[in-house]
Design a protein around this ligand. Structure first.
Ligand code: FES
Length: 124
């Protein structure tokens, strides 16, 4: 369980992180790279479809509990499907993520409005 760290939920279902939709990517390597690049500073979890397949790969970045208590909200990102975006995301996580540091422009530009999911399907 995370006490003071941001957390990341990676969608891994029909469209995100799958070879049929993103055939050139090594999705498992990306999960390992994100976990490793964060130097243990972030929890990485995987989820079923988050209802935004057209914008795959979907990533939800959750603020640390401390940042959340100060008002930071989860950030939904779409089109995190290339190594550069993943590296920029890892940089942001190392800086503390939502509420602790501003995202790099390449990440900020991929922020999206969460889909209208029932609360039971939200990753938080
Ligand atoms: S498979 Fe990721 S949003 Fe549907």
């Amino acid at each position: 369980m995370s006490h003071g760290r941001p957390r990341v939920t990676l969608c891994r279902a029909c469209c995100c992180g799958t070879r049929p939709k993103h055939s050139a990517a090594d999705h498992e390597q990306r999960v390992r790279a994100l976990s490793g690049a964060s130097d243990g500073a972030v929890d990485v979890r995987q989820s079923d479809c988050l209802g935004a397949c057209d914008d795959s790969d979907i990533v939800v970045v959750h603020p640390s509990p401390t940042a959340r208590a100060a008002g930071a909200k989860p950030v939904w990102l779409g089109r995190i499907s290339d190594d550069d975006a993943l590296e920029d995301l890892a940089d942001w996580l190392r800086s503390g993520g939502p509420g602790a540091a501003p995202p790099p422009p390449s990440i900020r530009d991929r922020a999206m409005t969460p889909p209208n999911l029932p609360p039971s399907r939200m990753p938080y």
